[in-house]
Design a protein. Structure first.
Length: 158
């Protein structure tokens, strides 16, 4: 169902791909948008090691929500800035591509529970996270990307 990576020698291990998901801050969520056009939107996210799912948050309405309601299949891409080794002029970026489907989290208690690790990843303190959750809880939509297929890649830009 999913294609094998063409340049398989550059494929990372699953553990390396998960490490990228755990450490990077942003990625691009790609959906099928209006009139069948691709719609890619930069997103903050949280990868949950226990479930193996990725969680996002955002408004309860808009292009992204409408697109998911029409077709919940998605692709999420995360990439590093790359490392530049001593004596080399080129970078060695890594990327992860996750294919899956998105579920809406509509249970308010589960929403609150999932917002905590998102807040902890981006906000400066637990107090700040708590205040943001209290302020936005009734206006935020948490999305769950259930990963059906994931690949990681490491390349030399030479």
């Amino acid at each position: 169902m999913f294609r094998k990576m063409r340049r398989f020698a550059q494929q990372t291990t699953t553990e390396e791909a998960i490490n990228i998901l755990l450490n990077e801050k942003r990625g691009v969520l790609s959906l099928i948008g209006d009139e069948g056009y691709p719609y890619g939107v930069p997103m903050n996210y949280y990868y949950d090691k226990e479930s193996g799912n990725i969680y996002f948050h955002g408004a309860k309405e808009g292009h992204k929500i409408d697109s998911i309601k029409k077709n919940n299949k998605a692709c999420f891409t995360v990439y590093t800035q790359g490392e530049k080794r001593e004596g080399e002029w080129f970078y060695r970026p890594q990327s992860v591509i996750c294919f899956g489907h998105i579920n809406f989290i509509n249970d308010i208690e589960l929403t609150k529970k999932l917002l905590w690790p998102l807040g902890d990843k981006y906000f400066p303190s637990k107090e700040y996270t708590k205040a943001e959750i209290e302020e936005s809880l009734n206006h935020v939509q948490v999305l769950e990307l259930v990963i059906d297929h994931m690949t990681g890649k490491s390349v030399k830009e030479k």
